[in-house]
Design a protein around this ligand. Structure first.
Ligand SMILES: *[C@@H]1O[C@H](CO)[C@@H](O)[C@H](O)[C@H]1NC(C)=O
Ligand SMILES: *[C@@H]1O[C@H](CO)[C@@H](O)[C@H](O)[C@H]1NC(C)=O
Ligand SMILES: *[C@@H]1O[C@H](CO)[C@@H](O)[C@H](O)[C@H]1NC(C)=O
Ligand SMILES: *[C@@H]1O[C@H](CO)[C@@H](O)[C@H](O)[C@H]1NC(C)=O
Ligand SMILES: *[C@@H]1O[C@H](CO)[C@@H](O)[C@H](O)[C@H]1NC(C)=O
Ligand SMILES: *[C@@H]1O[C@H](CO)[C@@H](O)[C@H](O)[C@H]1NC(C)=O
Ligand SMILES: *[C@@H]1O[C@H](CO)[C@@H](O)[C@H](O)[C@H]1NC(C)=O
Ligand SMILES: *[C@@H]1O[C@H](CO)[C@@H](O)[C@H](O)[C@H]1NC(C)=O
Ligand SMILES: *[C@@H]1O[C@H](CO)[C@@H](O)[C@H](O)[C@H]1NC(C)=O
Ligand SMILES: *[C@@H]1O[C@H](CO)[C@@H](O)[C@H](O)[C@H]1NC(C)=O
Length: 321
């Protein structure tokens, strides 16, 4: 993070930023086909036990599960194959950034996200080989269309959030320790905005998700596509951004005596994936409560056409440090 004092940076005032903000400069802009260069395909066994087979890049491209143009990247699951009980799961994709990130801001411009019973899409950050010691930040995650629009941290011991924080969302749980309550983490639901996830999100043409990680806090914002209050620097993918002007975040996880952010978060990759069922979406109580039919695995096996809209369509990912 280069949180340059705006007093000392001439460019900032030239482009019209007010004094006193939290200013970052553009470090990486990933757009359309650029996702192939900046991310690796992870053909791993899903650690969350999903009804999924993550394919490699060759397979993804040949099955058109990923598709890119100069300004769009699509990531989706198979929507034609009926699966047998002995198949490993529905073909889908999980990609991981080549780069590592510490303090940074990331902005995703997303047109569409996966929807459907059994789906569990996520855009998140972690270090897989050092989980949960290096922390996990779930920027955008939900299951079965419903238990949705949630941002969550998962950490090692000794990290809890205070419910007294300036945010528009609501804490469902405040203990981030992954060993507590079956790794539910500390999750904030985006209560103010029913269009932040799933079918509602897709109906409005999506919007922007942004996350800022510093040693003092981790914040997540969401702006709908037509929100007149989208900060101009977010809308335009500006070279220089000032997060002080982004308004109250949906989620605001703050450093405190209850959670030292520095010691609970290390170098993380960015991961984008779409799994099915598994530990969250497929948990029978959660699946049933969502109003979805059958049991999760049976539904996912037998209803490929239900997953025609199970895709991410992302224009860009910009990273500021
Ligand atoms: C991933 O791909 C590698 C190389 O093709 C292969 O050896 C490995 O078995 C695959 N892993 C899974 C879980 O399919
Ligand atoms: C990709 O996966 C396919 C199907 O599992 C496999 O046949 C192929 O060898 C893999 N390619 C690479 C480069 O790993
Ligand atoms: C692959 O998917 C894209 C986006 O949905 C679509 O425009 C294109 O026609 C598909 N290509 C093939 C060969 O089906
Ligand atoms: C699934 O695998 C089991 C064990 O190998 C076998 O007994 C069963 O017949 C298989 N079922 C199908 C539908 O192929
Ligand atoms: C946090 O406070 C809000 C507002 O008072 C309340 O609705 C919510 O249930 C609280 N969450 C937790 C986990 O205590
Ligand atoms: C979101 O949807 C729920 C359930 O339909 C409704 O009760 C709630 O009022 C909505 N919230 C907003 C902010 O529109
Ligand atoms: C988002 O969260 C709110 C609050 O829990 C919930 O009422 C609403 O239904 C959720 N949105 C969608 C699209 O399900
Ligand atoms: C928990 O973290 C605080 C700092 O945030 C530290 O002072 C304390 O020693 C830690 N406790 C344990 C059991 O690690
Ligand atoms: C985070 O909070 C702890 C406990 O108050 C404090 O010791 C530490 O210095 C804080 N970290 C930063 C970067 O301010
Ligand atoms: C979920 O529903 C299925 C039938 O649809 C039922 O067999 C199962 O017991 C239910 N599980 C829970 C935890 O409610």
């Amino acid at each position: 993070m280069k949180a340059i004092s705006s007093r000392t940076i001439v460019l900032a005032s030239l482009v019209g930023f007010a004094v006193g903000g939290k200013i970052y400069t553009l470090n990486e802009c990933v757009r359309g086909e650029g996702f192939y260069d900046s991310f690796n395909f992870e053909n791993i066994t899903d650690p969350t036990h999903g009804r999924v087979t993550y394919v490699n890049r060759t397979t993804a491209e040949s099955l058109n599960l990923t598709y890119a143009t100069s300004d769009t990247f699509i990531l989706r699951a198979d929507d034609t194959t009926v699966l047998g009980v002995n198949d490993t799961g529905r073909n889908s994709v999980r990609i991981r950034s080549n780069r590592w990130y510490h303090e940074h801001v990331v902005v995703f411009d997303i047109q569409h996200m996966p929807e459907g019973c059994g789906t569990w899409p996520a855009i998140w950050e972690t270090k897989e080989s050092d989980w949960p010691a290096s922390g996990e930040i779930d920027i955008l995650e939900g299951a079965n269309n419903v238990v949705p629009n949630q941002s969550t941290l998962h950490t090692s011991h000794n990290c809890s959030m205070s419910n007294h924080t300036h945010q528009t969302g609501t804490f469902l749980t405040t203990n981030c320790d992954a060993s507590v309550a079956y790794n539910v983490g500390c999750g904030v639901q985006h209560t103010r905005d029913n269009n932040s996830f799933g079918p509602g999100f897709n109906r409005i043409g999506g919007g922007w998700y942004a996350m800022e990680r510093t040693l003092h806090y981790i914040k997540v914002w969401f702006w709908e596509r037509d929100d007149p209050c989208v900060p101009l620097d977010v809308r335009t993918g500006a070279w220089i951004i000032d997060t002080e002007h982004w308004g109250i975040p949906a989620a605001n996880f703050r450093n405190s005596t209850e959670c030292d952010i520095r010691s609970h978060f290390g170098a993380n990759n960015i991961i984008i994936d779409l799994t099915f069922c598994g530990d969250w979406a497929g948990n029978p109580a959660i699946y049933n409560a969502s109003g979805c039919p059958l049991d999760c695995v049976t539904y996912v096996n037998n209803n490929p056409s239900a997953f025609t809209n199970a895709y991410f369509q992302i224009s860009s990912m910009t990273v500021y440090e």
